[in-house]
Design a protein around this ligand. Structure first.
Ligand SMILES: C[S@@+](CC[C@H](N)C(=O)[O-])C[C@H]1O[C@@H](n2cnc3c(N)ncnc32)[C@H](O)[C@@H]1O
Length: 201
């Protein structure tokens, strides 16, 4: 699917995300992963700012999304939650930050979207400082084989409808990238993956 069509899909969903932002302020998994955020932080595919309720106020944020409507939502959210963010409208894949720029890179619910998620993870590896961290909260293949089968069957529908893959094995993807996993946790029958990673030395 071309990115333009994907952008339109996410533009159409932006109002819904904005409405959800309030509810997400009690999401314990977001709270858990965002609790590790520190320093100069890049958030990729920020959406309408669903993590803003949990971000430490003393960090500086660079927030990226390719959907103008999502980014508008994020800007409104940043005002509401007093998040000190600079916004960039761009595909993650075409960004050109210098190497070793960020202390923290945060991605929540974004690895399901990219055509080549390993390429994106390797970009994060490059942009992260050596002593920095990459934090992921992603959904992917569940633990049980029967659920995985169902996820694979439903994947084409989900991708067409929402631009979102349901059948990604998050740990395998991270292991196939240059990142090193420091620790990970799974929740909701394995559907949610929380990953604390660091860049390759
Ligand atoms: C499922 S939403 C997740 C939003 C938010 N991070 C969250 O935790 O709810 C996916 C977001 O990724 C953005 N996105 C998808 N592919 C992208 C890409 N290649 N470059 C930049 N943004 C992208 C979409 O516009 C959308 O805002």
């Amino acid at each position: 699917m071309q990115n333009e069509k994907l952008v339109q899909k996410f533009n159409r969903r932006a109002w819904k995300q904005e409405k959800q932002r309030e509810e997400e302020a009690s999401n314990k998994w977001r709270k858990r992963i965002c609790g590790s955020v520190r320093g100069e932080t890049l958030e990729i595919a920020v959406g309408a700012g669903m993590n803003y309720a949990f971000l430490p106020g003393d960090a500086a944020y660079t927030d990226v999304d390719f959907s103008p409507e999502m980014l508008k939502g994020a800007m409104a959210g940043a005002k509401e939650y007093r998040v000190n963010a600079e916004f960039i409208l761009s595909e993650v894949e075409t960004l050109s930050f210098p190497a070793n720029r960020f202390d923290t890179i945060l991605s929540t619910g974004s690895l399901c979207c990219y055509e080549d998620p390993i390429r994106v993870l390797n970009l994060l590896n490059k942009w992260c400082k050596n002593e920095g961290q990459i934090l992921l909260l992603e959904h992917g293949l569940m633990n049980r084989k029967s659920f995985q089968w169902l996820q694979r069957q439903l994947n084409p529908f989900f991708f067409k409808a929402f631009g979102c893959h349901q059948d990604r094995d998050i740990i395998k993807l991270v292991e196939a990238s240059r990142l090193h996993i420091v620790k990970y946790e799974q929740a909701q029958w394995g559907y949610l993956y929380l990953v604390w990673a660091k860049p390759a030395e």
